[in-house]
Design a protein. Structure first.
Length: 190
């Protein structure tokens, strides 16, 4: 299975290095010297080999064996970098998950002592403050849930679902807004 692990942002210097927006929690593994990646764009599909990596501020600079000058590096601007990953592969930490493992899981809530199915994980968003699940809920559309233990207490990959805490307004913000509008407020004139 092919998995996107980064996107080339721009060239750096004259020797073909490129800045990469990392999209993996394991950059030391995926971008190790000697590792190969697939470059896929409308104009280009090829395999590149990592010659070296280094940190530069908040981004990673990558040197490919096949890219040795600025012009060649600029041709990679905006392309995704992907690697072949065994579907059974899992992160070392049992509390970590690959995006591909979460996307498509059924979403349940805990209510009345039993799980209630409510939707499906459509995407995993990597936001600056935390990872967030984009969940498709029939009748409500897309709902965003921070991927933290307090809100997502259980992930059952082998069973094909995860559990989201039953917090008022979390999964049905429209209903929460309507309930707030109907709630009588204390008279401020008194």
């Amino acid at each position: 299975m092919r998995v996107v692990v980064g996107r080339v942002t721009r060239s750096h210097g004259l020797r073909g290095e490129v800045g990469v927006e990392v999209r993996t929690d394991e950059p030391w593994l995926r971008f190790a010297p000697g590792a190969t990646m697939q470059v896929e764009s409308a104009a280009d599909t090829r395999t590149l080999t990592i010659a070296g990596i280094r940190e530069h501020g908040k981004r990673m600079l990558v040197q490919f064996e096949q890219i040795r000058d600025r012009g060649s590096a600029e041709s990679l601007h905006g392309v995704d970098l992907s690697v072949e990953v065994d579907e059974r592969e899992r992160p070392e930490d049992p509390e970590e998950y690959y995006d591909r493992q979460l996307i498509g899981l059924r979403v349940h809530t805990e209510g009345g002592g039993r799980d209630q199915p409510i939707g499906t994980v459509a995407d995993v968003l990597h936001l600056p403050t935390q990872d967030t699940l984009s969940i498709t809920v029939p009748g409500s559309g897309e709902v965003l849930v921070p991927f933290v233990t307090a809100l997502v207490p259980r992930v059952r990959l082998d069973d094909g679902y995860l559990v989201v805490a039953d917090v008022p307004g979390l999964l049905d913000p429209h209903r929460a807004s309507a309930a707030e509008a109907e709630t009588p407020r204390p008279d401020s004139a008194g």
